[in-house]
Design a binder for this molecule. Structure first.
Ligand code: XMP
Length: 324
């Protein structure tokens, strides 16, 4: 705890940037690829590595089919603006097939992790990449267990790595906590500095049970509504913007009425938390009017698929931020 406190107090983005770029120049002795997800962690890792080795780095963004609405277009244009060489791969078919019939959260994470690596390996072979750069940060590997630590959940960029991976792994920001990554992003003028985190396995861990394409689409639309409403409530000064906010599709159907007709349909849970470093989190007090608006929009815009919305008031611990 003391070392964490000291590292926050003394974290110097400028010094970290210079030293990391220098050490990446030594470490990355051959062509490298990076898993760019569009989140602040992998974007920072991409910027640092691309500043170290220039065109010898190729950023690969994989559309798994479990991404947020319009995410591929957003990430591609951001990387372009940052001058990072990149490629967008649509692998949604592979991921949907890989997760067919899978309901266990840990199995989902392992399958997604392995598919990710396979896609990268294929791209790396085409490109001639020998290194895989990743935006892993401290909470990712701490919570993935090992040594005396219990496995809470296998973060896809840690637990899912196959033992026979052909590339060498390079994790330039693995000692940093989220607040440090964000201050680094501000220093490097990266637009996603304050973007909310998004889990590596994506919407697959926000669909409880089997993450079919249809269920992924429901949660994608619901997440979009939650983001939209909370961001506009925050910009209207009705509340502070949460650390993380999203929707979860439950494997529970309930009875409702739509018009005059009985409906038996899905339930969406809304999650919004405040946190400092994702190690602990507090469920946020959202103004009731904002919650009602979210519920009204979800049940109207997704009316053929959702007839009930609930709000998750669990802190971490005992919950985790994501539901799987
Ligand atoms: P949990 O759910 O463990 O999440 O409280 C802590 C933070 O990590 C994000 N998260 C992930 N990030 N790979 C990631 O890069 C993953 O596999 C993963 N799983 C969860 C989560 O969204 C939260 O911000």
């Amino acid at each position: 705890m003391l070392s964490k406190w000291l590292s926050v107090s003394f974290f110097a983005p400028e010094k970290f940037t210079e030293e990391t770029i220098e050490s990446l120049k030594t470490e990355l002795t051959d062509k490298a690829i990076i898993a760019a997800s569009g989140g602040v962690d992998s974007t920072i890792a991409a910027v640092l590595a691309s500043r170290a080795v220039g065109d010898n780095l190729l950023a690969i963004y994989v559309d798994t089919g479990y991404m947020r609405l319009n995410e591929s277009e957003f990430v591609s244009s951001m990387l372009q603006d940052l001058g990072v060489k990149h490629k967008v791969i649509d692998a949604s078919k592979q991921f949907y097939e890989g997760l067919q019939g899978v309901t266990d959260p840990e199995k989902k994470r392992k399958i997604i992790g392995e598919l990710f690596i396979r896609v990268f390996e294929e791209e790396a072979r085409k490109y001639g990449g020998k290194f895989l750069v990743q935006g892993t940060i401290a909470p990712d590997w701490i919570e993935s267990g090992g040594g005396m630590r219990d496995t809470i959940k296998s973060h896809h960029n840690v637990g899912g790595l196959p033992e026979d991976m052909e590339m060498k792994l390079c994790e330039p920001i693995r000692e940093l906590y989220k607040d440090e990554v964000r201050s680094l992003a501000e220093y490097l003028e990266v637009s996603v500095a304050h973007r909310q985190p998004f889990p590596g396995p994506g919407l697959a861990v926000r669909v409880m049970g089997e993450a079919t394409p249809k269920r992924a689409e429901i949660v994608r639309q619901a997440c979009h509504i939650v983001e939209n409403e909370l961001e506009s409530a925050a910009s209207d000064g009705k509340m502070e913007l949460p650390w993380q906010y999203f929707a979860v599709l439950l494997p529970v159907k309930t009875v409702g009425v739509q018009g005059d007709v009985r409906a038996y349909s899905n339930t969406i849970a809304v999650r919004a938390v405040q946190s400092y470093d994702a190690m602990t989190a507090q469920a946020l007090d959202i103004p009731h009017s904002v919650l009602r608006k979210i519920s009204e929009r979800i049940t109207r815009e997704l009316k053929s698929d959702v007839n009930r919305v609930v709000y998750d008031i669990t802190d971490k611990p005992p919950g985790t931020i994501e539901w799987e």
